[in-house]
Design a protein around this ligand. Structure first.
Ligand SMILES: *Cc1c(COP(=O)(O)O)cnc(C)c1O
Length: 370
């Protein structure tokens, strides 16, 4: 079975990790942490980088550093990972949802303004599967209504919006370096911040809110979300390789598109004229002509030896939120369609041309069977 996703590690990563072992710098102190933070912030065009334990805790501290009041609102897409909504709920804020754009699968930016209320504090765009969100309308609304923009950039390292790197467009941006992301530290994450006050608050929240003046005297509740120097060592080696990873993903994306674009039963990832898509995962969505859903499609592909992963299920359809009385009666037709009819194909950094050919042939065979 062809792996759905696989990291690409190199000799340099081993060398850096070995250096940590030999020098005993294995906790969250050590040279690689700061190097990783400043290299990644610099790459994305942000001032400050704060490395944390994963992408979910990155979102959590990014939201926490805003100091929201219970009942404050954060606008986000329904079609995303639960980490986004969790980050809001954990500080007593309300996730307010919008639907998705049927082409890019990113949040429908034309639906944001109607959801803004006096309690709105922030907008959280999520760059989906490698394609950037249309950011200009969001940045304009943020200026107009004085809102903080938190980018969830966990799926789009190196993607560009109008020639600018994503993760460098909002006030804060969150990355994951989980093993299936474009660059990885195994588990890991980072928040990038434009302003120094946010960065300082983030550093404090990540490290139990120890005070600089009196260490074990606390005036705020923090967390232990520290990344280790061992993980950051891998991260530094990965940043050195990012252009190779991006080239591989874009090659993969274009090759899949070339092989699949003639099939009328599926819609494929797009690249809008203002976007550089990095094809984190190569998704596809069944059109309404196909008489079964993505779950059945995945089963049929598996019979052909091709493994896949389902798309996200929208936040408004999550039992855990409905049980709390959230999103009752709300409908987001595009998100619902993506959840039922979307999946992604093997997209790992080690995929070969022959494997892409095998997968594409299986997709074609299955779709032409009915
Ligand atoms: C992977 C991912 C996260 C969470 O990252 P973890 O490191 O797994 O906690 C957050 N947002 C999006 C959009 C992701 O794809």
């Amino acid at each position: 079975m062809i792996p759905v996703s696989e990291p690409l590690l190199d000799e340099q990563a081993s060398k850096y990790v070995h250096e940590c072992m030999q020098t005993n710098w294995i906790s969250s102190e050590g040279r690689f942490i700061q190097e990783f933070e400043s290299q990644w912030a610099n790459y994305c065009g942000m001032e400050h980088g704060v490395a944390v334990s994963n992408g979910t805790t990155a979102l959590q501290v990014a939201v926490a550093c805003l100091g929201l009041e219970p009942g404050d609102e954060i606008i986000m897409p329904s079609f995303t990972i639960i980490s986004c909504a969790l980050a809001a709920v954990e500080v007593g804020a309300l996730p307010v949802l919008v639907d998705s754009d049927p082409r890019t699968w990113c949040m429908a930016v034309d639906q944001i303004e109607e959801k803004i209320t006096p309690r709105t504090r922030s907008i959280m765009p999520v760059h989906m599967y490698g394609h950037p969100v249309d950011m200009d309308p969001i940045l304009e609304l943020a200026r107009k209504y004085n809102l903080i923009v938190i980018e969830d950039a966990a799926e789009a390292h190196g993607a560009e919006y109008k020639g600018r790197k994503i993760g460098g467009l909002g006030d804060l941006s969150c990355f994951s370096f989980y093993a299936n992301k474009i660059i990885t530290t195994g588990e890991g994450g980072m928040v990038l911040a434009r302003n120094a006050d946010h960065a300082e608050k983030l550093r404090s929240l990540r490290n139990l809110s120890f005070r600089k003046d009196r260490r074990f005297y606390h005036t705020e509740l923090g967390h232990n979300y520290r990344l280790t120097n061992l993980q950051a060592a891998i991260g530094v080696a990965q940043v050195e390789q990012i252009e190779n990873h991006l080239a591989k993903k874009r090659w993969m994306g274009k090759l899949y598109t070339e092989k699949l674009k003639h099939l009328p039963q599926i819609s494929l990832p797009v690249e809008e004229p203002w976007a550089k898509n990095v094809y984190w995962m190569y998704g596809l969505v069944l059109t309404d002509d196909v008489p079964y859903d993505a779950e059945e499609f995945a089963r049929r592909l598996k019979n052909e030896g091709v493994d896949t992963r389902p798309f996200f299920v929208g936040m408004h359809e999550q039992p855990v939120f409905q049980q709390k009385g959230m999103f009752i009666g709300e409908r987001y037709p595009v998100a619902e369609r993506l959840a039922r009819r979307g999946l992604y194909l093997p997209s790992g950094l080690t995929i070969t041309e022959a494997q892409i050919e095998t997968v594409s042939a299986a997709v074609k065979k299955v779709l032409e069977q009915n």
